[in-house]
Write a protein that binds this ligand. Structure first.
Ligand code: FES
Length: 147
């Protein structure tokens, strides 16, 4: 199976390539574009990113597997990410994760991630990539049960 970027993303890549003098700097933006386009990052996509960035496949693989925000397999469930880094942990992320696992893991994939760069809104979660700030179990129940 081969992978190619859609027309919109191909145009974005052309623009990004002009911005970065070194092609290896494209790796993270290309991983993000891939995940937005496909919902996950396949081996075929990593091969394509390797070609575009002119970096070895194993380098792309090591970057994609290092960051917890990149999904390497397709999930049928919608995704909730729970930040587990210090600000969020101090504001109850462990309790949020426990609540999600006990009440919503049948419909949602619950993933722990590192700092989302929005510590002022701790505890932070994302639902399908959209940020949710100052999350409480009640707030999650209202949002998730409304789906
Ligand atoms: S520690 Fe959770 S967003 Fe920064």
């Amino acid at each position: 199976m081969s992978f190619s970027f859609n027309e919109t993303n191909s145009l974005k890549i052309e623009q990004l390539a002009k911005r970065y003098p070194q092609k290896k700097a494209l790796i993270l933006p290309l991983l993000w574009l891939t995940q937005k386009q496909e919902g996950f990052i396949s081996d075929e996509a990593m091969t394509k990113i390797s070609e575009i960035s002119q970096m070895p496949y194993m380098h792309i693989c090591s970057v994609a597997t290092f960051y917890t925000m990149f999904k390497l397999s397709k999930s049928e469930k919608r995704v909730i990410e729970v930040c587990r880094t210090l600000s969020c942990e101090l504001n109850g992320s462990e309790m949020i994760k426990k609540h999600l696992l006990e009440n919503h893991s049948d419909k949602y994939e619950i993933i722990e991630v590192e700092c989302m760069g929005a510590c002022g809104g701790a505890p932070m979660c994302t639902l399908d990539g959209k940020y949710m700030e100052s999350v409480t179990p009640k707030m999650l129940d209202e949002v998730l049960n409304a789906d």
